[in-house]
Design a protein around this ligand. Structure first.
Ligand SMILES: C[S@@+](CC[C@H](N)C(=O)[O-])C[C@H]1O[C@@H](n2cnc3c(N)ncnc32)[C@H](O)[C@@H]1O
Length: 290
């Protein structure tokens, strides 16, 4: 199985293998990879062959079909896209700061706030929420938990360390936050424990049949719905709805929309951002400042 460092893995990939990989990823992650993703599969699986010591994509797929330990996780890690940044798209975080968090601070008598960051990648989104909560200063003495999940074990492992390279912190993290919430060690930036302990990371598949999670006041499920087909997306959004508290809100990505679930969600515009309120309790978010 182990190949010499000098020989490059054989990157040949047949149409049949493309079909098998697409089937495998859909079955396990719910992600649709069409034939046009052939070069993405080829590039990522070749690099996986190099790190995992397989001589060819064919050999890797043979191990996958034989359920070789670790390979399933590695293939899903390599074929999921983990693009992320701090305070991504900014506007949702501004809506959180100006409207959503103050309203939650006013309305929650039990001083408990549960937030779900679904598909959190390497942790920037979850830690951005945690830092913002510190900044607004309305939750001192509260019981705040940000539950962050991703299907990829690799990104969850990195997120848990709270360590980021100079390049990674350079993607959207304001310098003020860098100085206030991180310790620098050479080229590595380490998130401070006051922020780290607000977030709990674990692996979880959004495409699971049902969830035993929640209830949450806020769910972030951003920039992941685009990878699913209509059927999987509907199942995920229906399952997320069941995790929302009365008055709970769902935030999705700027380029994502929810269609055909009007009985579950009510669209609310908050500061130029469309968010989705649990329809059972839509009055909570009616008349929020635009
Ligand atoms: C493009 S990133 C988005 C990260 C973050 N939400 C953001 O907006 O910056 C998409 C993430 O979704 C995760 N993902 C893909 N399919 C998933 C699934 N079925 N269940 C849970 N996470 C999934 C990927 O591993 C990846 O880290």
């Amino acid at each position: 199985m182990q190949i010499s460092n000098l020989s490059a893995p054989d990157a040949t990939i047949s149409a049949e293998q493309v079909e098998y990989i697409a089937w495998y990823v859909y079955k396990n992650a719910g992600i649709v990879l069409g034939p046009e993703k052939r070069y993405l599969m080829q590039g990522r699986l070749t690099s996986l062959c190099r790190t995992a010591g397989y001589a060819s994509i064919a050999e890797l797929l043979q191990a996958l079909s034989g359920k070789a330990p670790q390979i399933e996780t590695m293939v899903i890690d390599s074929l999921t896209t983990h693009e992320t940044s701090w305070f991504r798209d900014q506007k949702p975080f501004s809506a959180m700061e100006k409207v959503i968090l103050p309203r939650l601070a006013d309305s929650k008598n039990n001083k408990t706030l549960n937030i779900w960051c679904a598909a959190c990648s390497t942790g920037q989104e979850a830690y951005s929420i945690a830092m913002l909560m510190k900044e607004v200063g309305l939750f001192d003495g509260w019981n705040v938990c940000i539950h962050a999940i991703d299907i990829s074990q690799k990104v969850i492992n990195q997120a848990k360390t709270g360590e980021y390279s100079h390049l990674e912190v350079g993607r959207g993290l304001p310098e003020r936050y860098m100085a206030k919430y991180f310790n620098q060690n050479g080229n590595t930036w380490h998130i401070k424990s006051e922020i780290r302990r607000m977030v709990q990371f674990s692996t979880f598949r959004l495409n699971a049949d049902s969830y035993s999670l929640g209830p949450f006041d806020l769910v972030f499920c951003r920039n992941v719905l685009i990878y699913f087909d209509a059927e999987t997306k509907t199942r995920i959004l229906t399952n997320i709805h069941k995790t929302l508290m009365p008055g709970g809100l769902l935030m999705i990505g700027g380029s994502e929309v929810i269609l055909g679930l009007d009985d579950l969600y009510e669209q609310v515009r908050i500061q130029d951002v469309t968010v989705y309120a649990n329809k059972e309790s839509h009055t909570v978010w009616q008349n929020v400042a635009a």
